[in-house]
Design a protein around this ligand. Structure first.
Ligand code: PBG
Length: 319
């Protein structure tokens, strides 16, 4: 069966298509600004006008959706992350501009406070630096509403507070946003693979030596992921996410088998950086390992993949 291409094609179990790709993008203030992210070669932080220009290519390639991540200037950060729900903030303005120009392009927003807090943690903290769950959820609800109000198609809480999906769902319903979908980062691990992302959004300096162990999941745990997904679905999540990707494919398979719901995977910044670094050194064939990594994530059970490779992978899939 493996001898010829025709029979390999006939027995192929998994396919990767552009329909499976979501492109995470970094947006910042200003005009005509394009800033490279040094730990993520090929990725740039873009001002809204530049993002609108580039988005034309991504729409043409057929990428279904973008996930927006803001780079917030230091003077707008505070202890409680108040800028996160400013209706005139960077994210709502970007959402409006994108939906205006490309109504058919799905726009996903990140619901979490870390780009907005002076300490770089994803929530409101007490005097010991502990992230307070319920106080944080109140802010997240306001943030999600400000995104929905601006026209976000999908809000994606990535903070890992308990009960936030239910509270966001309730607030969306009560304010008439009955079509806003919720993509919950349900099994989000306290991973060291997020380093380059924290460089990109500029939260690494704020975070300093502190860590996210008190609210993100322990990489040692698997049953706990099932519990987290179950809670989020019960609270009204439409899609669930496992993050990071490749080191956690066993979790993806368990989640997909157990719940049979739309299951997304975030191939995170560190995974991207590893692949690109090896390719740049000539140690790996960059395009080949990129496609293999995405196919493997699909094989593990992912319906869609957030990946910084989205435009390049879409290009190769076109042929
Ligand atoms: C935080 C957030 C993180 C990422 C997406 N949202 C990092 C973190 O938890 O510190 C990481 C994504 C990536 O590494 O590509 N709300």
């Amino acid at each position: 069966m493996r001898k010829d291409d025709f029979s390999r094609r006939l027995m192929r179990e998994t396919r990767l298509s552009v329909d499976n790709l979501i492109y995470p993008v970094f947006v910042l203030e200003g005009q005509g600004v394009r800033e490279p992210v040094s730990s993520m070669p090929g990725v740039e932080r873009l001002s809204v006008d530049e993002l609108l220009k580039d988005a034309e290519k991504w729409v043409e390639l057929g990428i279904p959706a973008l996930a927006l991540f803001p780079v917030v200037p230091a003077e707008k950060k505070c202890l409680a992350g108040k800028e996160s729900y400013n209706p005139e903030g960077l994210v709502p303005r970007t959402v409006k501009a994108l939906k205006d120009r490309y109504p058919e392009l799905g726009v996903i927003t990140d619901v979490a406070l870390d780009p907005y807090t002076s300490h770089g943690l994803d929530g409101v903290i007490d005097d010991d630096g502990y992230v307070l769950n319920d106080e944080t959820v109140e802010v997240l609800v306001k943030q999600a509403l400000s995104h929905a109000e601006a026209g976000a198609d999908i809000v994606a809480p990535s903070d890992m507070m308990d009960g936030r999906v239910g509270e966001i769902r309730k607030a969306l319903e009560e304010s008439g946003h009955i079509h806003t979908r919720i993509l919950s980062y349900s099994a989000k691990y306290a991973s060291s693979y997020y380093g380059p992302f924290r460089d990109a959004v500029g939260s690494a300096g704020n975070l300093g030596k502190s860590n996210k162990y008190s609210f993100q999941m322990d990489p040692a745990n698997s049953d706990e992921a099932i519990h987290e997904v179950a809670m989020d679905l019960q609270e009204g999540a439409d899609m669930v996410m496992v993050k990071p990707g490749m080191p956690y494919l066993d979790i993806v398979r368990r989640v997909k088998d157990q719940f049979e719901v739309p299951t997304f995977v975030y191939q995170v910044s560190g995974e991207y950086a590893m692949h690109v670094a090896a390719a740049q050194n000539g140690w790996l064939d960059g395009d080949a390992v990129m496609m293999e990594s995405l196919l493997s994530i699909r094989r593990a059970g992912a319906d869609a993949i957030l990946t910084y490779f989205a435009p390049r992978a879409a290009q190769l899939l076109e042929k």
